[in-house]
Design a protein around this ligand. Structure first.
Ligand code: GN1
Ligand code: MG
Length: 366
């Protein structure tokens, strides 16, 4: 039976000039923001070809055309820089645009890449390669002119601003949720200054702005099936000027945790130091020669910063009734917050050890 979704996807594929006969579609339930589908067509010669069709979340990305312009420039730069590598290829409409904007959505379509992704991973070679891949991604963009990029979500990793917004929403308490989250608020406020250190250092001009990925979850690296080889970094929506400590920190927040970011069993939450070391070594193997001493000193700290920032973002969303992150049940953002708070506490305990590992790896690769 032809569903409404299938009809819509067929219409979108037609707009992006996809040829062949529509075979099937499935929703890919990865990511907390956009809606993603894999669609498969049968070509005239019988071959099957798959594509990714995405509905970009326009509540989150207020100016999706600018997001696409950034992506166009970045993918073009990466293709020229590393022609031998797999890249994301965005298809164009008859009018030559990489997007289709209409009343009920902002759509784009790109090549489907056969691959494996990880949410939690204890294969240290895979983790090392993910670190290296994110490091190389950043280094490949080191000669990209920052001023060419739109700030698609202003103050995305401005931790101070994230706190200010949350505090404003706590004061308003429009959904009456503040009472039940007192403990989380208390912890996050107690560590506020420490969590905002990277933002403050940037403002004092102590850290350089680079072109960063800004969403370095390990599932944003596609790996070759049945191997440990990385293929490509995906999800380029938030490629913007940023700090290296943000990219490193967010990667550890996600991949360094023993469990997924919405785990309810807080006993299991914590940094897996072997994963931390493997990621740090991979990342620094690609970046150590270029990063300043000061930047290297911020990497471990970035893990604490990004974990607190993410806790603030989840909590802020929960307090507002979850308009931002996709949720599977009403308390989902609260569960995510608690998990991030538990992780931040563990990172605080291990900060010295983490710093040591970073310094050792940096030395090895300089
Ligand atoms: C969102 O949709 P996804 O999973 O790629 C969010 C990230 C968060 C992440 C937390 C644009 O990313 O910043 O770290 O959820 N993306 C945006 O899982 O806000
Ligand atoms: Mg993302």
């Amino acid at each position: 039976m032809e569903t409404d979704t299938q009809k819509k996807l067929q219409e979108i594929c037609d707009i992006f000039c996809i040829s062949g006969k529509f075979k099937s579609y499935e929703e890919i339930k990865l990511g907390n923001i956009n809606r993603t589908y894999k669609v498969t067509f049968i070509e005239d010669d019988g071959r099957e070809e798959s594509y990714i069709v995405q509905a970009v979340n326009t509540y989150v990305f207020k100016n999706p055309v600018q997001v696409m312009e950034n992506i166009d420039k970045v993918t073009e730069h990466l293709r020229n820089k590393r022609p031998e590598r797999t890249t994301l290829k965005f298809y164009r409409t008859k009018e030559g645009k990489t997007y289709y904007f209409e009343n009920d959505g902002f759509w784009r379509l790109f090549n489907y890449i056969t691959s494996t992704t990880y949410n939690v991973c204890d294969d240290l070679m895979v983790v090392y390669n993910a670190g290296k891949e994110f490091g190389e991604f950043q280094m490949s963009l080191s000669d990209f002119d920052v001023s060419e990029l739109y700030d698609t979500i202003p103050d995305f990793h401005n931790t101070r601003k994230r706190y200010e917004t949350m505090i404003k929403h706590i004061e308003a308490d429009s959904c009456g949720k503040v009472e039940e989250v007192r403990e989380e608020i208390e912890y996050l406020l107690a560590v506020q200054d420490k969590a905002c250190e990277l933002t403050d250092m940037l403002e004092r001009g102590e850290l350089p702005l680079r072109v960063t990925h800004n969403d370095t979850k390990i599932n944003n690296v596609l790996f070759e099936k049945d191997s440990q080889n990385p293929l490509v970094v995906i999800d380029l929506d938030t490629v913007m000027p940023g700090l290296v400590g943000h990219d490193f920190g967010d990667a550890i927040r996600f991949a360094g945790n023993y469990v997924e970011e919405d785990c309810k069993d807080l006993e299991k939450v914590g940094v897996n130091m072997e994963v931390f070391r493997a990621f740090a070594e991979g990342f620094l193997s690609a970046t150590a020669k270029v990063l300043t001493d000061r930047e290297i000193e911020t990497l471990a700290q970035g893990c604490f910063v990004l974990t607190c920032e993410q806790a603030v973002r989840f909590l802020d969303d929960y307090i507002q009734g979850s308009p931002y992150f996709k949720i599977n049940y009403p308390e989902h953002n609260l569960v995510r917050t608690k998990c991030q708070v538990a992780l931040a506490k563990d990172i605080e305990r291990r900060m010295e050890e983490m710093n040591q590992i970073v310094l050792e790896s940096a030395k090895e690769f300089r």
